[in-house]
Ligand binder design. Structure first.
Ligand code: NAD
Length: 509
């Protein structure tokens, strides 16, 4: 079984001589935790300590919130013209590009993702900063010019205030860049908490922000775990908004913590994203997109297309095509530039993925490819084989839950209505895809699918200009695009009377 997969052994690349020392950034000062607590991140692929990070507690979280609050309230950032804010964001973009290699190596060693992918994500994130810079100059509201000759009203768009940003480990730098530059473009001040598993690129960004001329206190970074750091960032009354990307369960906990002060909450959560394949589709492209959709980032991706719904007439042949392509995808050493799929983030997560496959088998499903840990010569054990599971019924956990691993489940359909029924029979609604050469099929699918994004004849094409987010339990609010800026703006209505035309309320005569 193993020999017919494409396994990329260790290339024996040189590893950093010492772990990266990650510290908090609070009010422009780099610091360790007051109690000296530290957490170590061991590389899931190479088994070495990649980073040693200050492990924050409530005091660090509260100090960072106080610094952001002071920075926001004195207008050192929100009071600048959009042009001046844009200039800083553009310098950050240039600095990101100048630091891609250093950041990509840490991103790969902490997350397990292939180095070519880390380079693409870190370098590509610069474009998110540039796009956000363009939005900083276009913060505009509405004017109401038809309320009568003696009234003029406008809506002003103002920064919402202090924003807590809590990010996950699967795309540490990319997801941060979907949020932070947009909040900054709006004029907000922020406290960022990266995942405890992947702190380093967020910390390096803190260095770049200072070099780019960001005033102290505008962006603060607190390292540590969800409890207590994330929980304080969600609950503190000095915070006006929390934006979170991560699991649906933690999203619920954050919404509950934020409810105490009714602060705004934006959530980018999980998905169980289907691709539906009709018999008239370009089946070569569809099979390639399915393989990309499920194995990209070892399936540890909110947009993972972890289930396909294939027309019954072509299901067997199409699945065979997907299995054949799966065998050609290079799984292995993330430091080899040829590697397409790297390591699973933690041993516990690997066990969870395997648990779903084992349970599906026990419930009568058939594993037609993979279904076990993958051994990569010269590296540790944290890899999983490309896995395809057929004979799945819609009620099985593997067909409903976000497995977050390189595991594809195959369901079948006969009519568009039946396919949409399966697509929408889910708690999640992040993204969905359809493959057909018939434009009517594609449009009817796009209208009927309950999802924040629908792709037709492609998968996971994204642009800074096109907003992203989920419906149902996949989230609240939108990121990137024009709406990605609007989320960080509050609307104030300003009503003005022209001349002394106001009728007196108190009858004095
Ligand atoms: P997670 O929910 O475990 O953790 C995310 C972040 O929340 C981390 O920084 C963590 O420390 C923090 N956290 C944990 N408990 C907390 C609490 N009680 N209060 C405040 N913060 C807390 O998620 P993860 O395992 O890092 O990431 C994987 C999940 O992220 C998957 O479910 C995936 O679908 C989702 N995700 C969604 C998107 C999207 O855009 N929709 C993108 C990427 C990942």
């Amino acid at each position: 079984m193993m020999t017919d997969m494409t396994v990329i052994p260790s290339i024996g690349a040189a590893l950093p001589a010492a772990p990266f020392h990650a510290r908090h950034l609070i009010g422009g000062v780099w610091m360790d935790s007051a109690d000296g607590a530290v957490s170590e991140r061991i590389s899931p692929s190479h088994g070495v300590v990649v980073s040693r990070a200050a492990k924050g507690g409530a005091p660090e979280a509260e100090a960072a919130i106080a610094a952001a609050r002071a920075a926001f309230d004195d207008g050192r950032w929100s009071g600048l013209p959009g042009k001046a804010r844009a200039a800083v964001l553009l310098r950050v973009a240039d600095l990101i590009e100048a630091n891609v290699e250093r950041m990509a190596l840490l991103e790969t060693l902490e997350s397990g993702k292939p180095i070519s992918q880390s380079r693409g994500e870190v370098g590509g994130a610069a474009d998110l900063w540039r796009y956000a810079a363009s939005l900083a100059r276009g913060v505009t509201g509405e004017s109401h010019n038809a309320l009568g000759g003696d009234i003029l009203a406008v809506t002003l768009k103002e920064p919402i205030g202090v924003v807590s940003i809590i990010t996950p480990w699967n795309f540490p730098f990319w997801i941060l860049s979907q949020k932070l530059p947009f909040a900054l473009a709006a004029g907000c001040c922020c406290v960022v908490k990266p995942s405890e598993l992947t702190p380093s690129t967020t910390v390096i960004l803190g260095e770049l922000l200072a070099k780019a001329g960001m005033p102290d206190g505008v962006v603060n970074i607190v390292l540590g775990y969800g409890q207590p750091v994330g929980a304080v960032l969600a609950a503190d009354p000095r915070v006006d908004m929390v934006t979170f990307t991560g699991s649906t369960g933690v999203g619920r906990a954050i919404a509950a913590a934020a409810s105490g002060t009714l602060k705004k909450v934006a959530l980018e959560l999980g998905g169980k994203n289907p691709q539906v394949i009709f018999p008239d589709a370009d089946l070569e492209s569809a099979a390639d997109a399915v393989v990309f959709g499920v194995y990209f980032n070892v399936g540890q991706c909110c947009n993972s297309s972890s289930r396909i719904i294939v027309h019954a007439d072509i299901a067997e042949a199409f699945t065979a095509k997907v299995v054949a392509l799966s065998r050609k995808v290079g799984f292995g050493d993330p430091l080899d530039p040829e590697t397409q799929v790297g390591a699973i983030v933690t041993p516990e997560h690997g066990a969870k993925i395997d648990g779903y496959v084992t349970a599906a088998k026990a419930a009568g499903a058939k594993v037609v490819l993979g279904g076990a840990a993958l051994s990569v010569p010269g590296l540790g054990a944290q890899f999983y084989q490309p896995t395809v599971v057929t004979g799945v019924t819609p009620d099985m956990a593997i067909a409903r839950d976000e497995v977050f691993g390189p595991v594809l489940t195959v369901l079948t359909f006969r009519t568009l209505e039946e396919a949409l029924g399966l697509v929408n029979d889910a708690d999640y609604g992040l993204s969905a895809g359809v493959w057909s050469e018939n434009v009517h099929t594609c449009l009817a699918f796009a209208r009927g699918a309950q999802a924040g994004t629908v792709w037709t004849n492609t998968w996971m094409d994204g642009f800074p200009e096109v907003t992203f987010g989920g419906v149902k339990q996949s989230g609240l609010g939108r990121e990137i695009g024009r709406q990605g800026l609007e989320e960080f703006l509050e609307t104030k209505s300003l009503v003005m009377r022209i001349g002394r035309t106001r009728a007196m309320w108190v009858k004095t005569a």
